[in-house]
Every structure is written in C-alpha cells, then in structure tokens.
Design a protein around this ligand. Structure first.
Ligand SMILES: C[S@@+](CC[C@H](N)C(=O)[O-])C[C@H]1O[C@@H](n2cnc3c(N)ncnc32)[C@H](O)[C@@H]1O
Length: 215
C-alpha cells in the first residue's frame, strides 16, 4: 500500500477519541465498559480503510468490533466511515497488531479477522506475516478456549502458507474455500482489497480456524 504523508491525520485522530481510542492500554480488561455492554468482542488486525469492520458492525449490532490499523494515513478513512455511520459497536485502534497483549486480557477477544494481510513473500520475512506462528500464539493468548481466526486473501501463496501454519499450530480448520465468491457462502462483507481484486477476476480464498484445548 502506498502511503502519503498526511500531517493533519494525527490532529483528526486526536479530535475523535470516542471512535479512535487514545491510550488503549488503559482499556485492557475493561473493554466492556468502553462499549457499555458485555457483548462479544471481535477484532480485525490490519483493518485498512475500514470497509469490512464497518459493514460487519452494521450487520451484527450485538457484537462489538475493534478495527486495528498501524498507519494514521490509512485509519483516517476508516474514521470517516465510522463518523458517518456512528456505530456504537465499533471502535478503532491506531496501533501495531504485534502489541495486542498491551491492550487485551486473556479471554477478552472472541474472534480475530485477518483480511488481505500483507503477504511478505520473501522467506526471510515470514515472521512478519500475520499468520506466522508467533502471531497465532499472540491471538491465542487473547482468546478464550475455542477462539477463531477468520482469514481472507487473494494471494494463493499466502493462503497455502497460512493453512499450513494454522494446522501446524494445532488449530482445527472448520472452513476452507478456494473460491469464496463462487461458493454460495452467505453474509460475506467485502473489504476494499477484496472488491478491487475480485473486480479484476482474482479468486478470493477464505478460511476459519479454531484454537484447540491444550492437552
Ligand atoms: C493489504 S492492506 C488490507 C486492508 C484491508 N484489510 C482490506 O482487506 O482491504 C493491509 C493493511 O494491514 C495493515 N497492517 C499491516 N501490518 C499491521 C500490523 N502489524 N498492525 C496493524 N495493521 C497492520 C497495513 O497498514 C494495511 O492497511
């Protein structure tokens, strides 16, 4: 993704603390207070411009969503969407997904969504992939037993790598589609990248994987 420098982005983020949570480490263990209810919390790591997480929050008002995006210049578009939609069950975090343990207690997150994550195709960069084993370990430490990771991509290499990574980690694959848009799957909410790639004929891959009890 090409990132333009947008110096006013920080100012805009700081002007909307009700949507992009400042100092999210202070919400650790008390996200139910932030949302004002005890509904399940689902997060998207690498939320980009927020189309997916906003669509999911509209579709599922009884689930709380948190979209996590590293770059200010990108998250401000998600912020614009959220200001317009004004959804009580969606918050955004402008932080690095690698630091999730700073922001969530064990068991606080019910599901992790990864959509069109950066593929990092070089083998020496494998540790940066959001489906690398250290990231799976991180997600597991935020979730109760049976927590799920839902993953979509157009990148066949990353999908194959990720299925192997889920499986080697001991997760149970409960859904795999090699062509989501021709699979009859209902309720799919498209991401920006999904719209872009499917419009040029790219196949969309999707999986669901569940953490298993440790024996
Ligand atoms: C290829 S884009 C996909 C955006 C969106 N999910 C979609 O499907 O349209 C990947 C996004 O993940 C973000 N990202 C990558 N690594 C991240 C990390 N460690 N923490 C938070 N966001 C990250 C990038 O900044 C980028 O916006």
């Amino acid at each position: 993704m090409r990132l333009r420098n947008k110096p006013w982005a920080r100012e805009k983020i700081e002007a909307h603390p009700q949507y992009i949570i400042p100092e999210p480490e202070k919400a650790k263990g008390r996200w139910h207070e932030v949302f004002g209810n005890h509904n399940p919390i689902h997060i998207e790591v690498g939320t980009g411009k927020g189309q997916f997480v906003t669509g999911m929050a509209k579709q599922n008002p009884d689930i709380n969503y948190i979209g996590i995006e590293l770059y200010e210049s990108v998250i401000i578009t998600a912020l614009d969407r959220l200001i317009e939609a004004d959804l009580p069950n969606l918050k955004l975090l402008n932080v690095d997904g690698a630091d999730l343990l700073h922001y969530f207690e064990k068991g606080e997150v019910g599901r992790v969504y990864l959509n069109f994550s950066d593929p990092w195709p070089k083998t020496r960069h494998a540790k940066r992939r959001l489906t690398y084993k250290s990231f799976l370990n991180l997600y597991e430490s935020l979730m109760p037993e049976g927590g799920e990771v839902h993953f979509k991509t157009d990148n066949q290499g990353l999908f194959e790598y990720s299925l192997k990574s889920f499986s080697e980690y001991g997760m149970l694959l409960t859904f795999v589609s090699l062509d989501l848009h021709n699979s009859g799957f209902e309720g799919n909410v498209m991401t920006e990248y999904e719209e872009k790639f499917s419009a040029i004929g790219q196949r969309i891959y999707r999986s669901e994987a569940k953490f298993q009890p440790r024996t």
